[in-house]
Each structure stands twice: as C-alpha cells, then as structure tokens.
Design a protein around this ligand. Structure first.
Ligand code: CP
Length: 303
C-alpha cells in the first residue's frame, strides 16, 4: 500500500493510525524493535527539516535503519537518471520509501514503479499527506475530536500543499466550518473548494484575519511560499500580508489552538511562541509519532 494523498486511507484506517500514534507516545519502549532489520529510504529532491528528520528519527526509534539523500545533486539524478529508474533501483534496496519532489504528480508517477510501500513526503504544491496525519493527530490530541470545529486557514492557500491536503482530509468529518483567509492573489484553489461544495460543506473566504479570529477553534497559519513564485517582486509584496502577534490574538478564544506546519518566516511573531495556544512545536513532535505509526502500518507490522 502507498500514501500519495489523504484519501488513500479510509477514515477507519486514519483512526487506526492516530490511535497507534497515541499508543506509541504512551508506550515508546513497546515499539523500539518493531522495525529491526527494515530499511527506510528517504529521497528528498527538495529541502526539508521536519519531514525528513522526523521520518528518519521515526524509523530509528522503531529499531530500523535509514538510507537516502537530502540533496539531489548527490544522487545519479544529477547525471540525468529518470524518476522511474531511481524508484526501481531504490526499491531493490529499501523496504519502504519516502520521497519529496518539486513536481506535482511526481508521487503518483513514482507509485507506478515502486515495488515497496511508497510515501509522498510532499509533491510540489500538490499534496503533503504525512503533514495532514500530523495535523489530524495534533487536533485529535489537543481538541479531543476531529468533528465540529471552525478552522481558519491563513496565508498562501494557493501554493501551500499542506493546507490542500488538510482541507481534503477535514472535509470527511462532520460539522466542520472552513474560513479561508488569504490575499486575493493566493486564494484556495477552485478544485479544493468544489470538493467542499460537493460534500455539502460551506466555506467563507476573506482577506481579514482580524474580522474572523474570534470565531475560530483552530487557526492554521502558513508561510508565503517563495519557492513557488515566478515573480519575486510579487512575493516581496505579499510575504508579510499576515503577521500574527499578541495584539491580534486578544480577540481570539482562550482555547483556540494556533497551528503551523513550519517552517515559519514572519507570519507568526516569536512573541506568540510563549502563548499557551501556540502548539506548532508540539505539532512537529506529533509528526514523528504519526510517521512511526504510518511506517508500522505500511509495513504491516502491527501484529
Ligand atoms: N512541515 C514541513 O513539511 O516542514 P519541512 O519542509 O521542514 O519538512
């Protein structure tokens, strides 16, 4: 089984992964040898801190080992090797592959050639399903439930793959209200909004975080994605459109949580980090546990 987008798993399978993550968090020693003798390959054609290192620490904490590259120029891709040949080759060495790639659709393409379980660790501005599992575990652990929340998603909604995957995943739960907060140039793509409508969810679009912040149970901040802009002047104009600080948070609910997939640039002032509603570093830690559960699940090692 592979993971390219959140819908590759049923709700039941996602719940199993989240429950397994919570058991791993409570009883880490129980899982410390589950992956003995297994090898994870991390193929990162794009930069990463959290996704790559949390995958690698996840595998090592399960007793397994890791091979891979974080810099495509150190692989034979720099000599012109195709994605197809790279994946076919790595399948000969590893038991499971996690790949990040700058091109949308590259993860689906890689799945055609892998002979071991394959995980999409981010493909261009398309999808980032393991960030979504991280986000779901964060919401479930800190809010108690995945239903009946008002979630405000703020920033670069056009280019942020994490929020594309998150909205697709959250649209499968009930009682969700979505508020998309972005400059008009960086709105949520139509295909995501059409999917919400087809599932009878409503959403609101606004440019003003200030006007909606008091309604939110979850505020999901994102950075403006410089690497996706062709026009850097446009990036400079939009990059500081939202900067969350303690003054702006005054109107927010006391139990709202502030999430961010990270990396952060300027969109959350560091003074917010000490506010107990700021959970983005906890969220990064949940990412390691959820990836441990995902590896166990895809390698069918639960028993
Ligand atoms: N959230 C996330 O994907 O972070 P990295 O780019 O550091 O992996």
């Amino acid at each position: 089984m592979n993971l390219v987008q959140p819908e590759d798993f049923s709700i039941e399978q996602i719940n199993e992964i989240l429950s397994l993550s919570q058991d791993i968090m409570s009883n880490p020693s129980k899982y410390s040898k589950v992956c003995e003798g297994k090898l994870l390959a991390t193929l990162f054609f794009e930069p990463s801190t959290r996704t790559r290192l949390s995958f690698e620490s996840a595998m090592k904490r399960l007793g397994g080992n890791v091979i891979g590259f974080s810099e495509p120029n150190s692989s034979s891709v720099s000599k012109g090797e195709s994605l197809k040949d790279t994946i076919k080759t790595v399948s000969c060495y590893a038991d499971i592959i996690a790949m990040r790639h700058p091109l949308e659709g590259s993860a689906s393409e890689a799945c055609k050639y892998t002979s071991v379980p394959f995980i999409n660790a981010g493909d261009g501005k398309n999808q980032h399903p393991t960030q979504t599992l991280t986000d779901l575990l964060t919401i479930k652990s800190l809010k108690g439930d995945l239903n009946n929340h008002t979630i405000g998603i703020c920033g670069d909604l056009e280019n942020g793959r994490t929020v594309h995957s998150l909205v697709k995943a959250m649209s499968r739960y009930s009682g969700m209200k979505f508020i998309f907060i972005s400059p008009k140039e960086l709105k949520m793509p139509s295909y995501i909004k059409e999917e919400l409508t087809s599932k009878n969810h409503t959403y609101i679009e606004t440019e003003s975080l200030d006007e909606v912040i008091d309604k939110l149970d979850i505020l999901y901040m994102t950075r403006v994605q410089r690497e996706r802009f062709n026009d850097l002047d446009e990036y400079e104009r939009l990059k500081d459109f939202y900067i969350l600080d303690l003054k702006k948070l005054k109107k927010a609910k006391n139990d709202m949580i502030i999430m961010h997939p990270l990396p952060r640039v300027n969109e959350i002032d560091e003074e917010v980090d000490d506010d107990e509603r700021a959970v983005y570093f906890k969220q990064a830690r949940y990412g390691m546990f959820v990836r441990m559960a995902l590896i166990i699940k895809l390698l069918e090692l639960e028993k």
